[in-house]
Design a protein around this ligand. Sequence first.
Ligand code: ADP
Ligand code: MG
Length: 307
Amino acid sequence: MTAIRLRGLTKCYGTDTVVDGIDLDVRRGECFGLLGPNGAGKTTTLRLLLGHTHPTSGNIEVLGYGIPQEARAMRARVGVVPQQDSLDPDFTVVENLYTYASYFGLRGADLEARVVELLELASLTAKANAGVLQLSGGMRRRLTLARALVNRPDLVILDEPTTGLDPQARQLIWQRLRSLLTTGTTLVLTTHYMEEAARLCDRLAILDRGRVLALGSPRELIAAHIEPRVVEVHGPGVETWRLSHGQHLASRTEQVGETVFCYTTDDQALLADLTTRPDLWFIHRPASLEDVFLKLTGRELHEEPRK
Ligand SMILES: Nc1ncnc2c1ncn2[C@@H]1O[C@H](COP(=O)(O)OP(=O)(O)O)[C@@H](O)[C@H]1O
Ligand SMILES: [Mg+2]
């Protein structure tokens, strides 16, 4: 069963093509990640799915509804956690939930019961009467998630759900998302945290400049795009070592600042060589999603959207 079906999805702003012919299927019940550097087109893709902006060309289906034509009907079954929290700062935690729930037609005892449930789910029962401005970043994010679940959505769309949160706050959100998955809810999230993608997502698409560069489970992506072992070497003289030894012992090397990354299927010869070099430090580890991401999207920082 397909939760989301995109064909040739394209969005241009003036002469900029920010979503560039995306074909994608998200299955029901899976956690699907859109991974990409800043400006890759993640938020725009989500806004297109929700009917918040119209495609320049291409086809969108969400839960069987044609978007944007049937966006209103679709939205009744979808929850959204936007990139920027849009909680009402003049209201308390419960007031935010009540207001939102009433948009979905919940009234009386149903409304009361649902709000109690959501407070619990967000671990915010003790903060029910606190103002939004008194909440930590993690609490605000959990409240936004609780709000998104008011209508018991079949699909929840989350734009960078944990950006800027500390590790504990992030873990709490992950727990909640995992328990949502056990109830059969489909999740689509964007992130630039590889760990988040690797831990939560059944499948993900790596997006850059509006295009899907790779698609698969974290494990499949690692197997398909990168050598399985990585040795990171640094220390004085690492550059010379790379030229004289590293690049011959590894399948591929890359230098970033003071560190040489050696990618290999067999790290024995590399490690043997490095034991004779007390002036160099190294760590060896399995390849990760981050290595795939950096290989596909480049190691330069993407602070500014590129043209
Ligand atoms: N409303 C808009 N008008 C013009 N350009 C936009 C608009 N929204 C997004 N963009 C541009 O589209 C590109 C992708 O943005 P976005 O989808 O927000 O990326 P991401 O969420 O991956 O960081 C960026 O270059 C951004 O500046
Ligand atoms: Mg974004």
